[in-house]
Design a protein around this ligand. Structure first.
Ligand SMILES: [Zn+2]
Length: 231
């Protein structure tokens, strides 16, 4: 008999599978990204009610199988984040949070930090007036949690603190003498990114950044992810 396991997780993605089944991707507390098969899901009228909707925090009981997808047996709703669903800007940010988690968190990884980080950000988004700031912080922190923390405190080669450029493939800031080039990264932007990485969530909710700075931070973060994770 396959082992029966209980876990909790956030619903990251739903896909139809074969004729009548559905595949559910969860960001789980105990096993990183978890892929479950819901047998006969599409034959049933609203299988498990609306429990397995995108974004929901659910408790699941499933059969672990050695290969292929594990089999879902039961799912119970813990939290459905109504404050996010009622606000388009929050919802857009939350869907990008889910997408980053789905793309980056390894499958069957026993590290609970990505789950805790993501859940904490969704609770913060529930009442946030600045979802874009939270999204920018989440992206930097998820990368850090997974072992890709950008160097923001000076040149990665010599430690120099000014005249710095963004060189994602070398891990962050690099000065001109050590090979950095392109547009210089102003101190204001470096401080903002450092705050996004390190401030407690309560302080993040009060942080105000100019839209143009947020756009630039998003661009730098995407370039960093691209260089560090796609090789
Ligand atoms: Zn240098």
């Amino acid at each position: 008999m396959p082992e029966l396991v209980r876990d909790q997780g956030l619903v990251l993605r739903l896909q139809d599978q074969a004729e009548t089944d559905r595949r559910v991707s969860l960001l789980s507390e105990s096993r990183g990204r978890l892929e479950l098969l819901v047998k006969g899901a599409r034959r049933l009228e609203r299988p498990f009610g609306a429990v397995l909707d995108l974004l929901n925090l659910v408790e699941v009981i499933y059969y672990r199988r050695r290969s292929g997808l594990h089999l879902l047996r039961e799912a119970t709703l813990i939290q459905d984040f109504p404050g996010i669903r009622q606000d388009l800007e929050r919802l857009e940010a939350a869907l990008l949070v889910l997408r980053w988690a789905w793309e980056l968190v390894p499958r069957e990884a026993p590290d609970p930090r990505a789950f805790r980080l993501t859940l904490g950000f969704l609770y913060a988004l529930e009442k946030s007036a600045s979802p874009r700031v939270l999204l920018a912080a989440y992206r930097l922190r998820l990368l850090s949690t997974l072992g890709y923390r950008p160097a923001l405190h000076g040149c990665v080669a010599c430690g120099k603190g000014e005249g710095l450029f963004w060189v994602p493939e070398r891990g962050g800031l690099v000065c001109g003498e050590c090979g950095g080039a392109g547009p210089e990264i102003p101190l204001r932007l470096r401080k903002a990114m450092d705050g996004l990485l390190r401030l407690p969530l309560g302080a993040l909710l009060r942080l105000r950044l100019a839209p143009s700075d947020l756009e630039e931070i998003e661009r730098l973060t995407l370039a960093f992810r691209e260089a560090q994770l796609v090789r």
